[in-house]
Design a protein around this ligand. Structure first.
Ligand SMILES: Nc1ncnc2c1ncn2[C@@H]1O[C@H](COP(=O)(O)OP(=O)(O)O)[C@@H](O)[C@H]1O
Ligand SMILES: [Mg+2]
Ligand SMILES: [Zn+2]
Length: 509
């Protein structure tokens, strides 16, 4: 007999439908699996056979052939175990064809017939919904991520027998139904707040601007001055995620297997802080079985690279391209796909090995040592940072000052106002933030008056700007004007933006 069961697989952060066909015919007893399979899928043969046996099903001494299609696509992973097992049961006549209609299956099987967690449930369920399936059967610990998709029933299951009983109508299961509070941010991150930070008003201001326009920022200063502390608080001043944003981020986490059991969506802005020993692949994504990297896990949030010069130089140089393009493209046999990476980069560093340059009372590094240390950050990379700010050691008397400090919520208000101005302005442009302005758009949205032109001309010469850094200054000035509620970029906005560019000269020239 013959049967046909549907499943799905992940491609990038999207998904494609896979058809599993089983045929049972007379002949030498074999259990064959074909259809351009990766090694994990080939091993499904053993897992499914033993899992069926241990679930109480007896395989007849016949020729069983399973085919996974489309044939042009290499199939990877363990999520086809369950649909393969179901297709065998159906071909044996143990399940009615009717019960498989409009249903998609995913799940790994253990040898004793348990259904185990797999990656990518959210994008696969989403694809199923788009293709008109009525229900999905998924591992129970993945059910909540699938249930986020409206308009399709998602059932969580624990074992192969449970699925068979359900399909035969002997067992009632209810589709997973999420409550409204499951989709609200937990705000667990509210425990850390900008009001924890004493002083550092200039750094806070720079961070507010960076958060508003999604600009890349560099914090430079001695150890213990609060750089890490500042960076960790950035998500607390970013606007809450919309449902669509949550969904897009959650797809990335689903594919990476980083959604916790029973977690449905990523509801808070990501803050990723990889260690400086990270490999290039782990940072940017890719690999033999492609996975999103840290830059994609930070999508719509913050990527924090602490101790920036300690990172492998090649690794951070590779960041340049995705930083410009807001995504990373990976080419594989199955085609080319992209992982989104639209993030705010925050980097932090000490100015030298000891950390205290240019304070000559404390720093005894030679100038060439300092130059060496700073030189780990290349010019082209530095050019891609919009805002650099010094974070000096706090004064003793400031540290004991109490009260009067602004909360993250108050700063977030202003950030959101500035964001609104950008959303309005870029309605037709398919960009969201000032940091994404193209050269053509700069001419339209960042036109300067006479006085401002002159200021820019002077800064261009004095700071030795390049065309790229010149454009970046304009983008930052645009954000400062937006925070100020100003239609045009004025002198004061521009001169503040220029200040954030002057660290290049102070440290790197
Ligand atoms: N401005 C500040 N306000 C309050 N605490 C601070 C401040 N600066 C530093 N600290 C304290 O010093 C510790 C070290 O700060 P950290 O952010 O790790 O410094 P850095 O990353 O610059 O080396 C923090 O955990 C905090 O307790
Ligand atoms: Mg630190
Ligand atoms: Zn030093």
């Amino acid at each position: 007999m013959f049967s046909k069961v549907y499943s799905g697989t992940v491609l990038g952060i999207d998904s494609r439908r896979i058809t599993v066909e089983a045929d049972i015919s007379d002949g030498l007893p074999v259990f064959d699996l074909v259809g351009y399979l990766g090694s994990e899928v080939r091993e499904a043969r053993e897992r499914v056979r033993i899992s069926l046996k241990n679930s109480g099903y007896r395989l007849p001494a016949k020729r069983i052939t399973i085919n996974l299609s489309p044939a042009d696509m290499r199939k990877e992973g363990t999520a086809f175990d369950l649909p393969i097992a179901i297709s065998v049961l159906a071909a044996l006549g143990l399940l009615l064809e009717e019960s498989l209609k409009d249903t998609l299956f995913i799940g790994e099987l253990s040898l004793n017939g348990e259904v185990k967690k797999v990656n990518g449930v959210l994008p696969i369920v989403y694809m199923a919904y788009e293709q008109g399936f009525k229900r999905c059967i998924v591992p129970s610990c993945n059910v909540r991520e699938g249930a986020v998709v409206k308009g399709i029933e998602v059932y969580g299951v624990d074992s192969l027998t449970q699925v068979a009983e359900f399909l035969s109508g002997n067992l009632h299961l209810a589709p997973c139904c999420l409550q409204a509070e499951d989709l609200k941010p937990s705000r667990e991150d509210t425990q850390i707040d900008f009001s924890d930070i004493v002083g550092q008003e200039l750094a806070k201001r720079a961070i507010e601007i960076a958060a508003c326009g999604m600009h890349n920022i560099l914090l430079i200063g001695p150890p213990g001055s609060g750089k890490t502390m500042l960076a960790r608080r950035i998500p607390s001043i970013l606007p809450e995620l919309s449902f669509e944003e949550s969904l897009e981020i959650s797809k990335i986490y689903s594919v990476s297997g980083l959604l916790d059991n029973n977690q449905s969506l990523i509801l808070n802005r990501p803050f990723r802080s990889p260690h400086h020993t990270i490999t290039t692949t782990a940072l940017t994504g890719g690999g033999r079985f492609p996975m999103p990297g840290e830059i994609s896990l930070a999508h719509m949030g913050v990527l924090f690279l602490d101790e920036f010069p300690e990172f492998n130089r090649k690794t951070i140089e590779i960041l340049r391209q995705p930083l410009e393009e807001n995504e990373i493209t990976i080419t594989r046999l199955n085609g080319t796909f992209r992982y989104p990476a639209n993030l705010m980069l925050c980097t932090a560093m000490n100015p030298c090995n000891c950390g205290y340059y240019p304070d000559r009372n404390k720093c005894h590094c030679s100038l060439s040592q300092v130059r060496n240390y700073l030189g780990k950050i290349s010019r082209p990379l530095l050019d891609r940072i919009d805002i650099s700010i010094e974070v000096p050691q706090s004064d003793y008397k400031d540290l004991n000052k109490k009260g009067g400090r602004e909360t993250s919520a108050a700063i977030r208000e202003r950030v959101m106002k500035g964001r609104l101005a950008q959303t309005e302005r870029y309605k037709k442009d398919r960009i969201h933030f000032n940091s994404q302005l193209t050269t053509r758009m700069l001419q339209e949205y960042c036109a300067l008056g006479k006085k401002e032109e002159k200021l820019m001309e002077e800064a261009y010469a004095r700071l030795n700007l390049s065309a790229r850094t010149y454009h970046r200054v304009l983008k930052v000035a645009r954000t400062i004007a937006d925070l100020d509620g100003s239609e045009s970029i004025q002198e004061k906005h521009l001169s503040e933006a220029i200040c954030y560019r002057s660290m290049d000269k102070k440290y790197w020239d």
